[in-house]
Design a protein around this ligand. Structure first.
Ligand code: GFB
Length: 310
């Protein structure tokens, strides 16, 4: 991407989109095309097409999506499948119709099968059944992946697909109804420090997850936009996983909590393990920089300073 190229970041107010905008600005990309959700409804085909005709972006980071943790995914599958399929379909097709040079689509590690071989290589996609708690979201993401690959095959476009590990970091969603495990636990430990109550962790604590700091993911997306031109999906992760029980102990230390942890086994565990094979992106010269300890501390500092902790 040329430094003065016109770049559209779809979903720039969101968690991933805002990290990409921060990183682009920091790297000297000045010509950003941004539209708030209130100004442009990407689930509307006519509005999205008109926006692309008038705005004529050269590059697109497609980060506008409906996301949430295990509870939100399990409770609102219709919203997850509808909104994600509408947004990505409208953006990908409008990009093609208006000659966008390159588009990056954000997939998800939850699109790999529930009982996938570990670490998960890119070629294991669609090799087994999905995890039921996030099947609707995973199917929407798989549709987006296949749409990018189909447009590349039929129309010769250059649309690339990243498969991130579980992301966390500044600007994350701390609302317990929607949040992923790291913001959820930072909030729970923070509140329990004040109330002196036990912290309740969902599930057995046994599942293992790989976490990636959102600023590292943003850096990887810009790196891939500049360096990667292939129809094949590409994993983006830290290359390490940790059990939820170990994560709870780490967050307990970060927050400075001295009380007890209890497990609520009526809540779902989700996938037993999700560790990406990151050898492909490493062979291109990119590696995650932020350790889980540094990342959770930075996220906790942001949580306290942002006012979300009130
Ligand atoms: O982060 P999380 O919601 O995402 O949950 P998934 C990860 C693990 O942490 C699960 C446990 O085993 C949860 O049961 N957990 C323990 C908690 N306590 C909590 C808590 O208070 N809140 C939350 N949220 N989890 C999501 C998918 O799955 O991963 C999405 O549902 C998306 O589709 C995302 O792909 C990356 O890894 O289980």
């Amino acid at each position: 991407m040329e430094k003065d190229a016109l770049i559209y970041v779809a979903g720039h107010e969101g968690f991933v989109g805002s990290a990409i905008v921060r990183k682009l600005r920091c790297l000297g990309y000045r010509n950003l095309l941004l539209r708030k959700e209130a100004e442009l409804n990407l689930t509307d085909q006519a509005e999205t097409r008109l926006f692309f005709q008038r705005g004529a972006p050269e590059y697109v980071f497609l980060c506008a999506e409906k996301v949430g943790g295990i509870l939100a995914n399990n409770t609102y599958p219709a919203d997850f499948i509808y909104q994600n399929i509408m947004i990505q379909t409208n953006v990908i097709d409008s990009a093609y119709r208006n000659g966008v040079k390159k588009l990056l689509f954000t997939g998800s590690s939850c699109s790999y099968p529930k009982m996938c071989l570990q670490p998960m290589k890119e070629e294991y996609l669609l090799s087994g059944y999905l995890e039921p708690t996030n099947e609707a979201y995973a199917i929407a993401k798989i549709a987006g992946i296949k749409m990018c690959q189909s447009y590349n095959r039929q129309y010769g476009t250059n649309y690339i697909v990243t498969m991130p590990a579980n992301l966390y970091g500044v600007n994350d969603d701390f609302d317990p109804r929607d949040s992923h495990v790291i913001p959820a636990l930072l909030r729970k430990f923070h509140k329990a420090n004040l109330s002196k109550e036990d912290v309740v962790i969902w599930g057995t604590g046994q599942p293992k997850r790989e976490f990636l700091y959102v600023d590292d993911f943003a850096e990887a997306c810009i790196f891939l936009m500049n360096e990667y031109n292939s129809c094949e999906i590409i994993n983006v992760g830290s290359g390490e996983d940790i059990s939820i029980a170990e994560l709870a102990n780490l967050i307990k230390q970060v927050v400075g909590f001295e009380g007890s942890i209890v497990y609520d086994q009526t809540k779902p565990d989700g996938m037993p393990k999700k560790l990406l094979d990151v050898s492909k992106i490493r062979s291109l010269g990119w590696k995650a920089k932020t350790s889980l300890e540094e990342g959770t501390k930075a996220t906790y500092d942001w949580y306290k300073e942002s006012g979300s902790a009130q």
